[in-house]
Design a protein around this ligand. Structure first.
Ligand code: PLP
Length: 375
């Protein structure tokens, strides 16, 4: 059993992907060009924002957005304590200080209450200037941007949506990538919309930010590539990845997003009577199911279940075993607010096999193995 079956996806899409990639190779236009531009326009339309700027990966996308906003030394950026390392890594990368806040245990996403406490603690201390908030669409579910936005507005902070796992998710009719002042996604192969290597994109409605992003991702270019007006980086999507993404986005829109939502329902039903907490999707929210993550009653039960599933050839993952503020790389950083929910989640979450090509029998096999563990 595969945790995320990229081989099966390739077999399903091979007839379209192979010629699209071959066409790029024959054209010898490998970086940028018409394919990348067309993809950016398509992505912007899908997400529902004015500008999409592609780049080398999701981590660069986050860093570039912070750079475009002028976030730097002396600034505090608020980041959920329960997320992938990159959400916080980019903050010291641009010279600012990450301040970790807690999440809600039911949605795994940003807690507006904890965020406000963290902002107030930073203001009271007076050492750093609160500048921006990162909210993450963890496991494919958009964060509560109404609540986060209200707190951010109150203190005059920008909101950065980390939609690396969220592409395809919705709140009402609004799609992930359209929330906050700017958003970033990743096309790492295992993400909801993945390419065949590294790739990323930034989304914004703001014309000036988009212009800055286009400069920053090509060595801070001015009028042309050899006129360099600021320090940037070299972070671009290549044309082969754009060709792959063009095919995959069509499949994503036509079938895959619905397929993962169907698979999530099968899991919900099959696990309903068992002592596992299945993931909650709030009213009006729609997930793209980057992960299907359940919670167990204790770390002992979680670790035991994971081992029992592994013995039956069922792969699972713990996203994430360690709170951000406990990462060695952030050692010495001050922790402004307690994050008990993150601590609890790190010990009790377990992500089950999830992808658009999962069939009902496989979901039942996983559920049967979970049931057998509790007998
Ligand atoms: C994957 C991921 C990133 C980074 O994306 P890359 O393309 O791997 O650099 C950032 N944030 C979150 C939440 C992610 O899951």
């Amino acid at each position: 059993m595969e945790f995320r079956d990229l081989k099966r996806q390739y077999q399903a899409l091979k007839g379209k992907i192979d010629p699209a990639v071959a066409e790029v190779m024959a054209s010898a236009g490998f970086i940028g060009g018409a394919k990348v531009k067309a993809l950016e326009e398509r992505l912007a339309r899908y997400v529902g924002v004015k500008h999409c700027v592609t780049c080398g990966n999701g981590t660069d996308a986050l860093a570039l957005m912070l750079m475009a906003w002028g976030v730097g030394p002396g600034d505090a950026v608020f980041v959920p304590d329960f997320t992938f390392f990159a959400s916080g890594e980019v903050v010291p990368f641009v010279g600012a200080v990450p301040v970790f806040y807690d999440v809600c245990p039911e949605t795994f996403n940003a807690s507006a209450e904890s965020l406000e406490q963290a902002i107030q603690a930073v203001i009271v201390e007076g050492q750093y200037k609160p500048k921006a908030v990162v909210a993450v669409d963890l496991y494919g579910l958009p964060a509560d941007y109404a609540a986060i936005g209200a707190v951010a507005d109150k203190y005059g902070l920008k909101v950065l949506e980390d939609a690396a796992q969220g592409f395809g998710g919705c709140i009402g009719l609004s799609r992930a990538g359209s929330f906050g002042d700017g958003a970033c996604t990743s096309f790492f192969p295992a993400k909801p919309l993945g390419c065949y290597g590294d790739g990323g994109a930034m989304f914004t409605d703001d014309d000036d930010t988009a212009t800055l992003l286009r400069s920053l991702c090509v060595h801070g270019k001015g009028g042309d590539k050899y006129d360099n007006v600021r320090i940037g980086m070299n972070s671009r999507l290549d044309a082969i990845q754009a060709a792959v993404l063009d095919v995959k986005l069509t499949a994503f829109e036509r079938e895959e997003l619905e397929a993962v939502n169907r698979a999530a329902k099968w899991y919900d039903e099959a696990l309903a009577e068992l002592p596992v907490i299945t993931p909650a999707v709030p009213e009006d929210f729609y997930s793209s199911w980057a992960q299907y993550t359940v919670r167990l009653e204790s770390q002992e039960v979680r670790d035991g279940l994971q081992a029992a599933l592994k013995a039956k050839g069922i792969p699972t993952m713990v996203y994430y075993p360690k709170a951000m503020h406990r990462q060695t790389a952030f050692a010495g950083a001050r922790q402004y607010v307690p994050c008990p929910n993150t601590k609890g989640l790190c010990g009790t979450v377990l992500s089950l096999p999830m992808h658009p090509y999962l069939d009902r029998e496989t979901v039942q096999t996983v559920a049967d193995a979970v049931r057998a563990y509790f007998l």
